[in-house]
Design a binder for this molecule. Sequence first.
Ligand SMILES: [Zn+2]
Ligand SMILES: [Zn+2]
Length: 254
Amino acid sequence: MRFASLGSGSEGNGLVVEAGGSRLMIDCGFGVRDAAARLARLGLAPGDLDAIVVTHEHSDHVGGVAAFAARHAIPVWLTFGTLSAVGERFAGMERVYGFDSHDTFAVGALEVRPFPVPHDAREPVQFVVGDGSVRIGVVTDLGASTPVVERALSGCDALVLECNHDATMLAEGRYPQPLKARIAGRYGHLDNAASAALLAALDTTRLRHIVAAHLSKENNTPAHARAALAGALDCAADWIGVADQAAGFDWREI
Ligand SMILES: [Zn+2]
Ligand SMILES: [Zn+2]
């Protein structure tokens, strides 16, 4: 199995997982041409994707999905809640599939296991994707950890984990108070310390890759995120990867 990111952050997200000749993209927050260019950087064409699976209806995740999927005839999977929020964008498209946030489904050789997360959307999920031997857990938008989240992410071979903000930078930063409250709230985004606490609660005995994702440009730095996660794992900070908004990250092999 291998995985790579097209970019990560509040301006757009997309992550590709590939195994056994099957390939899916989690979210597409980029425009049609931008997404194709970002895939090309990874050596992929749009037609190489077997599905796009969507976490929730925020535009940095679903914003580019309908146009990209329609243009390239790619099947799309969304929760019924996400469909209720943005389903009209997919009207007339044939291969659009709803799923329940607890129901596992398959994309070719890939097993896709969604799990519900606290976040301010209709039925937001994040995913664990497996191929029968290894698993990657991807969590980009999460207000707070829960036992369901910890069970889903325990024992993964790779993790992409939201480190949205540094709590002090957010509190002392220039965002208006209501936005600060939304981001720091239970249905907002994980700060570095909360992300580290989540990581520390997991079974990480199989973990071979960890990448911090969805970093705020305004309220975080890669060094802050790395330091927090390295503290949880008791490892060197440079072992922690960081997903960049513009560059994403290159293929990682599990
Ligand atoms: Zn987001
Ligand atoms: Zn979101």
